[in-house]
Design a protein around this ligand. Structure first.
Ligand SMILES: [Zn+2]
Length: 335
């Protein structure tokens, strides 16, 4: 790869707001008979492997400075043990940080991210994808906050006690009363609210309730690729008006209906920048079993930078897109 591409990519603080790697590390998911997840539960994150898409050596090759790791409820997999599964994932996360403390640093604030970056480590932040795991209790939300979680999405695919997931939104409901309380509590304890996976009605209701800017940790544009998991232009404008940021997602079916490529991912970035300017888009890879051409694993992240340079983005805007926008939001909301 050309030197100027790699120089710019290394200079940028690269932030990715969503991967499912904790599922690969968790026997609960990766060792299921029909699991789609690469099984890293024996190998861990410290070794460069050719299974899965994410481990520490490949995060470093891909120049990722801050990675958000999602704790996922997957209601269809975990009842009645969503909370227990989530706590196991917190344990796995801190064990990995401990085993790899020269290269992976758990972080809970902007300053900790920048300190890890200075030390040449990957900053690792925890999020929750699907707040089923709090089992309806605000106290659990506060405990998860104390355990280091700094980003929370109310739902995963399905409806839960808080709201409708996008694949379970037949009745067009917004947030439940409990969902409203959860949003208010997240605002109060300065946890970033994640709107990815919410139904459209849930999104609009949440935008009425939430006070500050929100993140869409792994969502694309519906105008570019018509998929219900992607956001309409109106939703993107509302997110941007409030100072929010969306991380573009690499899941092939969210990128392009038939042929997903790194260029296709950047088409989503282009559309969002055309719509709301360069301050509201970042990366949220969602690295999972199938990937677009040119983004086969996290080590290929510089291909995004190459494509942005190819499309004549300024260095300043490229740095914002690779991580600056997410960092601004983290600093503002989480502190
Ligand atoms: Zn997801």
């Amino acid at each position: 790869m050309k030197e100027n591409i790699l120089r710019l990519h290394r200079e940028a603080v690269v932030v990715d707001t969503h991967v499912d790697t904790l599922k690969c590390l968790s026997p609960q998911f990766s060792r299921l008979k029909d699991s789609i997840w690469a099984d890293l539960s024996q190998i861990g994150m410290g070794v460069r492997s050719n299974i899965g898409q994410v481990d520490i050596p490949r995060l470093r090759e891909g120049g990722v400075d801050c990675q958000v790791f999602a704790i996922s409820s997957a209601r269809e997999r975990t009842p009645p043990f969503a909370l227990r599964t989530a706590l196991d994932m917190v344990d796995i996360f801190y064990n990995e940080c401990e085993k790899n403390k020269e290269t992976l640093a758990p972080v809970t604030s902007y300053d900790e991210i920048m300190k890890a970056v200075k030390q040449g480590k990957v900053a690792a932040m925890l999020s929750i994808e699907g707040a089923d795991v709090i089992e309806g209790r605000l106290s659990m939300l506060r405990i998860f906050h104390r355990l280091g979680i700094r980003m929370v999405g109310l739902v995963h695919h399905l409806r839960n006690l808080l709201a409708d997931g996008v694949t379970d939104s037949r009745t067009g409901g917004g947030l439940s009363e409990l969902g409203v309380q959860v949003v208010e509590e997240l605002d109060r304890i300065s946890v970033l609210i994640d709107v990815s996976h919410l139904s459209d009605d849930g999104f609009w209701d949440l935008m009425d309730v939430a006070k500050g800017p929100v993140v869409a940790s792994h969502s694309n544009s519906r105008a570019v690729c018509d998929h219900p998991r992607n956001m309409t232009d109106e939703m993107i404008e509302a997110l941007a008006d409030r100072g929010g940021v969306m991380g573009v997602n690499f899941v092939p079916s969210f990128v392009h209906p038939t042929h997903a490529t790194v260029q296709g991912v950047v088409d989503h970035i282009d559309h969002i920048v055309d719509l709301v300017g360069p301050d509201h888009v970042g990366l949220g890879s969602d690295f999972i079993p199938s990937t677009p051409q040119g983004l086969e694993d996290v080590s290929r992240m510089p291909n995004i930078t190459a494509e942005l340079i190819h499309r004549s983005y300024s260095e300043e805007d490229i740095k914002k897109i690779l991580g600056g926008n997410h960092l601004r939001l983290i600093k503002r909301v989480i502190g």
